[in-house]
Design a protein around this ligand. Sequence first.
Ligand code: GAL
Length: 304
Amino acid sequence: MFENGKIWMDDAGRSIQAHGGCILQHDGMWYWYGEHKGAENCPGTTRVDVIGISCYSSKDMNSWHYEGLALDVKDSPEGSLIQPENVCERPKVLYNEKTGKFVMWMHLDTPRYTYAGVAVAVADRPIGPFTVIREMQPNRTDSRDMTLFKDVDGTAWLVHSSDWNKTLRLSRLTEDFTDVDGFYASALVDQTREAPALMYRDGKYYMITSGCSGWQPNSALYAECDHLCGQWKLIDNPCEGDNYRRTFEGQSTYIFEKDGKTYLMLDHWKPKNVKNSGYSILPVTVENGILTVKWQATFPEQAS
Ligand code: GAL
């Protein structure tokens, strides 16, 4: 059992380093990918040099086993922007049934976030090693916080903050998930949202986002839409419980399903010591069309 909002430990007793992460289920196993921040902050800053993208595995999510770096900055190809002094954040991984490959997308940037692009990497196994095959600005637009979303029709989408974080963009991926195919739509125009996490339920799409205040918590908001590329409407703050106005001191990163239930994963950033940032996994419910994220002290929930 893990205490939400706190640092989580792996099965070897080391702090889990998988920030800005995502969860993938494959062949009966769970995989958790995220930013490895397991070093000291660069002096006088709120950043840690890029180490790579970690992968953890679990049979049941009651404990996590470190599988190593699925993508190691040391294996970065020549000329790549994936370098210790740059930024490599919010990795998301999908499995492509047609190619049998695991495809990872991540936010790639320079230290001051002026490049605003993505990197794409592929692997034959969920634990990697992932090989970087592309670094770009998707559809020649700037791209910062991002997630991947697989639609019910099998298409996959990059959902990313663009236009200097003012607008979210949904960019469709090619069939092999390794590139954008040129089609994209805008959502929440001029609403300045980031940290997107999406889900689909009973004919509706829902997207939870944070405001843009860097490492500082703010109010989450959710939006809904009947079509992925339709007119998204901001609804309200979905959080319920103490500190709901500051997303329980966290920030959204991913939504996943487990045993018929839906969960939102949060990061609890500690900017002065990023490696000590915590996590939460909280239940998401949709009742009468209203989406709620309820605070819960532990994951999994303690039987009462
Ligand atoms: C947040 C963003 C994080 C990280 C951080 C750096 O707004 O969601 O992923 O980029 O800023 O300050």
